[in-house]
Design a protein around this ligand. Structure first.
Ligand SMILES: NC(=O)c1ccc[n+]([C@@H]2O[C@H](COP(=O)([O-])OP(=O)(O)OC[C@H]3O[C@@H](n4cnc5c(N)ncnc54)[C@H](O)[C@@H]3O)[C@@H](O)[C@H]2O)c1
Length: 406
């Protein structure tokens, strides 16, 4: 039904550009077949996992100039110097939690009267995230965390993930994981957690219930997935409800330490609202009772709910140690009572082809047509951080953040 609409696929602009893409050639082909007034322009890129030719083959136009586009699609933060005045952009902006490193990006968006829609806030009517790479972050994050444990304990050796790989290759490698009587704690029951769980199953690590996790000993490794009901509690002992936790996170405190006393590996996959309690404090990790030796922080929030995450590691160098007594970072696997941390963003970029295909399917099936058919259930509206250079009401907490002088 559309008269005319043009999508632009941006070239990623970070220093080590992400090879993922939000709309893959097969998805573009489907859209172009289904909607006759649609055009898709693609900025040429040598690093994208799909070649320019693959886009041309399905009817897209390769063009450096994306100024004719109604919508510009990226994956990661767009270089603020390339932003075009008055355009509509959709990408992972990592601005809504007032991330300091993206403050100037948000300021540029406001200054240039841009409309910013963030994939992170596209939700179904059942409040489920629509477009996310989380599942793949879970696969890679769990792999990297198990690899760290294998190195730390010198019990197995998984190949490092450098460059890019496929799910099939990960699975082959994971056959090397040998179990001990480890207890693995996972927090969060969303998409990342689903990926982590698949890795657990691939390694024949078994899931136990909360009673088993706390009270039983096993000969083999086991895991438990804690949801907010189990890792947080109301400050006034009011029974926990998730809706209350989401609406009034400041009324809750952490109930995590009991897990830290039995788990030796921890994988953080929960969503964290900056107003909700941190899992533990840096004081807590000094305690003899704090047993966790390896933390795979897939949430990767700096100064977030997992305070041992002092910085974001890189794909090629994903680990560092945190010394609980000095509070300093040390070389990974340097021993003693150090906690080994794996905290890397862009984890799904290690599996760029499959993760892009998965993400693109979600956009094609559940999001993109709202731009030209009408956003009747407000999916786009709710994910709009700024409209024509004005911060939207849902993100009003960012108004002072964009006005701060640097
Ligand atoms: N490191 C990476 O490369 C990478 C990649 C993708 C996602 N992530 C991060 O992983 C985290 C989880 O992502 P996901 O896709 O699994 O999210 P999700 O929405 O699918 O699941 C999040 C889970 O967190 C828990 N939760 C706690 N408080 C919540 C709240 N206030 N609202 C909603 N859920 C809450 C729930 O158990 C929920 O199921 C996010 O912080 C995301 O940014 C990291």
């Amino acid at each position: 039904m559309i008269t005319e609409f043009t999508i632009g696929i941006l070239r990623e602009t970070q220093r080590n550009p992400d090879t993922r893409v939000a709309l893959v050639p097969q998805g573009a082909r489907r859209l172009l077949n289904d909607y006759k007034g649609l055009s898709i322009l693609v900025q040429p890129s040598k690093s994208r996992v799909f070649s320019d030719e693959e886009y041309v083959d399905v009817g897209c136009i390769i063009s450096e100039d994306l100024s004719p586009c109604d919508l510009l699609l990226g994956v990661k933060e767009v270089d603020k110097n390339t932003l075009m005045e008055g355009k509509t952009y959709m990408f992972f902006s990592h601005t809504a939690k007032k991330q300091q490193h993206n403050q100037t990006l948000l300021q540029a968006i406001i200054h240039k009267n841009i409309t910013l829609i963030d994939y992170e806030y596209l939700f179904t009517s059942k409040n489920e995230r629509i477009a996310a790479f989380g599942y793949f972050a879970g696969l890679v994050g769990a792999y990297n965390t198990l690899r760290a444990y294998g190195i730390k304990k010198d019990i197995f050796s998984l190949a490092p993930l450098t460059g890019t790989t496929t799910k099939e290759k990960l699975w082959k490698e994971l056959k090397k994981v040998v179990g001990r009587n480890d207890k693995i704690l996972i927090t969060g029951k969303g998409k990342v957690s689903r990926g982590v769980e698949e890795v657990m199953q691939a390694c024949h690590i078994y899931k136990v219930d909360i009673d088993g996790f706390f009270n039983k000993t096993y000969d083999d490794p086991v895991y438990f997935i804690a949801d907010p009901l189990q890792y947080a509690k109301h400050k006034n002992s009011i029974p926990f409800t998730f809706s209350d936790f989401k609406a009034h996170p400041r009324d809750f405190k952490s109930n995590f330490l009991r897990f830290a006393e039995v788990a030796n590996i921890y994988m953080a996959t929960h969503y964290w609202d900056i107003r909700s309690p941190k899992m533990f404090s840096l004081e807590d990790v000094k305690s003899q009772l704090f047993k966790i030796e390896v933390i795979g922080d897939i949430t990767c929030d700096i100064d977030g709910s997992v305070p041992t995450t002092q910085r974001v590691g890189s794909i090629d160098s994903p680990y560092y140690d945190y010394n609980p007594f000095t509070g300093e970072e040390e070389k990974a696997f340097s021993g003693g009572k150090n906690i080994t941390v794996m905290a890397v963003d862009k984890l799904p970029s290690i599996i760029p082809k499959e993760s892009s295909e998965y993400f693109s399917d979600q956009l094609v099936n559940h999001v993109l047509s709202y731009f030209w058919m009408g956003d009747y259930n407000k999916v786009l509206k709710k994910a709009t951080i700024a409209k024509n250079g004005k911060i939207k009401k849902r993100f009003a907490h960012l108004r002072s953040f964009v006005q701060e002088r640097l």
